[in-house]
Ligand binder design. Structure first.
Ligand code: HEC
Ligand code: HEC
Length: 269
């Protein structure tokens, strides 16, 4: 008893008590407060990975290997990230069917919930581009004119000036971008599917991707109600000029022939 009261008067006693109290509070906090939610998130996440793994072994492992390490029929998926899975499976490219120059887009066979599970599983194999959130890809408030400029310098050489798409070498092609969702547009830029280069945030920040998405949507909207009626496919001045040349001149020649024929007839009679 004497010993304790002697210690209590020690100049460091207050500090020791304070530290003990802090440690106790910290410990209690760590034990109860955040652990609850973090644990819940963690179990939800590992559940998604578990489900994704099951879907993966049925639909994807034959080509991409049981652990995603790749086979002769498909590349390794380690480090491609959830964004690549969301894009590839969400646009119906994956699971691929027959070999060819380029895996085509087709009807999606998985629900979005299943795609999320597949993406969670693949993301667990190695870090890669993460599926964007709506605030990242939504074109609301983006600069369409700036997007047009960026599109012409970065995308038009393959996708054409308004995203019509076009042929590339060896049977490959850049698809038409009409009707592609903002999320898939964003993911295509993030991940660079097949022959397309990728535009990671380091070279093309989020803001620029949004501008491009806004531009692609704007030109597609314009095509839907083209002011002149028929849009001629929005292929640009050269082909549209050619159209005017061939059909316009053709019509003029037809009129000239008709007039000539009639004057000839008129002279005869
Ligand atoms: C018939 C074989 C086959 C099946 C089945 C298949 N894939 Fe693929 N996958 C491929 C091939 C081949 C490529 C490469 C395409 C290319 O780049 O030309 C590919 C590419 C991918 C990519 C892009 C990788 C990258 O580097 O960006 C992802 C992601 C992917 N597959 C996911 C899946 C998922 C998920 C499934 C199951 C739902 C699946 N694949 C089923 C053959 C297959
Ligand atoms: C070197 C040529 C090239 C360039 C440059 C390029 N792409 Fe692509 N893009 C492609 C090819 C090839 C595909 C088809 C890939 C596939 O099917 O897996 C594609 C696919 C896409 C898709 C998927 C379309 C769909 O129908 O699902 C989008 C979206 C896209 N590109 C957007 C862009 C944007 C935006 C840019 C500019 C920032 C761009 N691309 C630059 C070649 C290119």
């Amino acid at each position: 008893m004497k010993k304790l009261s002697a210690r209590r008067r020690h100049p460091l006693a207050a500090v020791v008590v304070l530290l003990l109290a802090l440690a106790a509070t910290g410990g209690l906090y760590a034990a109860f407060a955040p652990a609850g939610t973090a644990k819940a998130d963690e179990t939800a996440q590992s559940l998604a990975i578990e489900e994704g793994k099951k879907l993966y072994s049925v639909g994807c492992a034959s080509c991409h290997g049981t652990g995603g390490q790749g086979t002769s029929d498909g590349p390794s998926l380690v480090g491609v990230g959830s964004a690549a899975v969301d894009f590839q499976v969400g646009t119906g490219r994956m699971p691929a069917q027959q070999p060819g120059a380029q895996v085509p887009k087709k009807k999606t066979i998985y629900s979005q919930a299943e795609i999320d599970q597949l993406a969670a599983y693949v993301a667990s194999l190695g870090a890669g581009p993460i599926t964007p959130t709506e605030s990242q890809y939504s074109p609301d408030g983006a600069d369409i004119a700036k997007g047009g400029e960026l599109f012409r310098t970065n995308c038009a050489q393959c996708h054409n000036f308004t995203g019509e798409g076009g042929a590339l070498t060896y049977g490959k092609y850049a698809p038409n971008l009409e009707g592609v969702s903002p999320k898939h547009l964003y993911e295509a830029m993030q991940t660079g599917p097949q022959n397309m280069p990728s535009f990671p945030d380091t070279t093309m920040p989020e803001k620029e991707k949004k501008d491009i998405i806004a531009y692609v949507q704007a030109v597609n909207g314009e095509k839907a109600d083209s002011p002149g009626g028929l849009s001629l496919g929005g292929l640009g001045p050269v082909s549209e000029g050619l159209f005017a040349w061939v059909f316009g001149l053709g019509a003029l020649i037809a009129v000239a022939v008709w007039v000539a024929a009639h004057t000839a007839k008129a002279k005869k009679s």
